[in-house]
Design a protein around this ligand. Sequence first.
Ligand code: RP5
Length: 168
Amino acid sequence: MTTPSNDSSPLVGILMGSDSDFDIMKEAASVFDEFNIPYEVSVISAHRTPKELERYATNAKDNGLKVIIAGAGGAAHLPGVTAALTVLPVIGVPIFSKKLNGQDSLYSIVQMPAGIPVATVGIDNARNGALMAVQILALTDPSIMSSLEGFRTKLAEASRMKNRKVQE
Ligand code: RP5
């Protein structure tokens, strides 16, 4: 499945190894919706559909993507193999797995050999993965940077409100 989010060309590729990862990875899509950043969503497996992954990753840069966020669980090779096939930054989201509570996913994604990094976030933390992608895009896009700064201001204000509540 490959779904463009809207008419503008996607800047971010959201990848996942299975549709069973979608409940988590849709949180990344929500962040890009919040920031008005066009993205595409694809289910491509490093193991079940490796040829599709090779095609996707090798063409990603020429297709206009700037960053890829990839979620996978268990023997979670999707982010690493994607990173091996493109020079775009790849952010890995380890998906919780029933057998080993997502530790297998985390270790599979984070322990990359020197030379092919994957920026790895916490287990199931697709939101942080997406925010990292937003930060990367903001470096070259002043309007995204301004939205990001507004987002951080609101986050700080919400935290101060919580502090005020406990002080009462
Ligand atoms: C991984 O295996 C996927 O990323 C998913 O997290 C896990 C289980 O996949 P399904 O068996 O639910 O398709 O490749």
